[in-house]
Ligand binder design. Structure first.
Ligand code: COS
Length: 387
């Protein structure tokens, strides 16, 4: 029984789901990971596979077409996929990121209209906050404008580094509606593929997560019906921040999965590869490295699962925990994959082996969904406040 062998599952349903995901990953995802990285193409077949297995709407309530599952289950699913393929894990993680503004800020009509097709995977969702001069300073430097004209808003501006932006049907976009109102001058909109003036711009060439398209989006007098505004005018920035509280654990899960995948590969290698008459893992230099890597991965996992549990319970300190999980898991992903390359030596540096890809994929987890510096800022503010 899956329950008996799954030390991390918190319920029988979760154990069954994770068992299914592990099979899918070993049969369908892992064999494709190197080729997805090499080609840089979005794996549409895996998106279909995840949709068929109900992985794209795990935390969406059943009344809106989702599975009604927990964030804890969701992060474990992302982690399992990321062990083999970081790009593919983003299909699940960004579907969640893109739907959260609707779940958090939308009214009942919007949720009924938009969430079921996202949960089923019929539509792909994305989240557009970042701009050329507005990365960490998401609020102060936002330039994209939305002006009310009759029953519509007209959006003008540009967003960059939008994951899945070129394949998305539904993009939650944040834009300034009142430049004089500070944090209350931003509003959130659902922009749908085909709306006039919604243009997909250039695609980035990246170090890692190469199978996940990262693009620029341009809004050129883009007409969005007012019924697609999420929340009241001026509530957009708070919606954006509340989303990040729940989406950062998803990226932490991706990071943890990358680290766990690299650790498993390096451990098996260290048991097989011999030097000076014994497996290299039995030399203290390598054995102690593996011991540190294992300890870091397990510590990061506990932090992540607690952060996800806080997302489920609506804990008031969820921002703090989401940022701590993202900070720890991102740093562990980078250090563990770097050490995994070291354990494999010259083979680790070769694209014939997966750990160099994992090391390249790990780096972004220290940058996106808020840099590690921004996570520290959120953590410190939660501890000592902000004047
Ligand atoms: N939940 C609800 N409201 C929040 C919030 C949260 N987690 N975080 C901030 N807010 C509110 C604040 O309460 C404040 O509201 P009032 O003006 O009504 O008091 C408002 O939002 C502005 O917050 P703050 O004053 O903290 O804004 P700053 O510009 O100082 O800093 C940071 C905000 C830096 C935390 C934010 O810009 C950030 O997270 N930046 C990184 C963005 C990011 O992660 N980008 C990655 C790409 S998106 S995938």
């Amino acid at each position: 029984m899956a329950m008996a062998i799954d030390q991390h599952a918190t319920s029988e349903e979760e154990a069954m789901m994770l068992a299914v995901v592990r099979d899918l990953v070993s049969e369908k995802v892992a064999p494709r990971a190197a080729e997805i990285d090499e080609s840089g193409e979005f794996p549409w077949d895996l998106k279909e596979l995840f949709a068929q297995n109900d992985l794209l709407g795990i935390p969406i309530p059943e009344e809106y077409g989702g599975l009604g599952g927990s964030f804890v289950t969701y992060v474990k699913v992302v982690e399992e996929i990321a062990k083999a393929c970081a790009s593919s894990s983003l299909i699940v993680a960004v579907q969640e990121l893109g739907m959260l503004p609707i779940l958090i800020g939308g009214n009942d009509e919007q949720k009924k209209r938009l969430l079921p097709t996202i949960a089923s995977g019929k539509k792909i969702a994305a989240y557009a906050l970042t701009e050329v001069s507005s990365g960490s300073d998401a609020l102060g430097s936002m330039r994209t404008r939305a002006e009310k004209q009759g029953e519509n808003y007209v959006l003008n501006g540009q967003k960059i580094w939008i994951t899945n932006g070129s394949v998305a049907d539904v993009v939650c976009v944040f834009a300034v509606t009142d430049p004089s109102a500070g944090s209350r001058g931003v509003s959130a909109f659902v922009v749908e593929k085909g709306m006039p003036g919604f243009i997909v711009g250039k695609k980035e060439k990246k170090m890692g997560i190469r199978g996940s398209p990262t693009v620029e989006l341009v809004f050129d007098n883009c007409v969005v019906p007012a019924k697609n505004r999420l929340g009241e005018e001026g509530e957009g920035f708070k919606i954006a921040m509340k989303v990040l509280d729940k989406s950062r654990p998803g990226i932490a899960a991706q990071a943890l999965g990358i680290a766990a995948g690299a650790l498993e590969y390096a451990t098996n290698y260290a048991k097989e590869r011999e030097a000076f008459g014994k497996p290299i893992g039995q030399h203290q230099g390598v054995g102690f490295m593996l011991a540190d890597m294992k300890t870091e991965v397990e510590a990061a996992r506990l932090l992540l699962y607690e952060a996800a549990r806080k997302c489920d319970t609506g804990a008031p300190d969820v921002s703090l925990w989401a940022s701590m999980a993202k900070l720890k898991c991102g740093d562990v992903a980078m250090s563990v994959t770097t050490d995994a390359v070291q354990v494999l030596g010259g083979f680790g540096y070769s694209a014939e082996y997966p750990v160099e890809r994992m090391m390249r994929d790990a780096k972004i987890t220290q940058i996106y969904e808020g840099t590690q510096q921004i996570q520290r800022l959120v953590i410190a503010r939660a501890m000592v406040g902000k004047r």
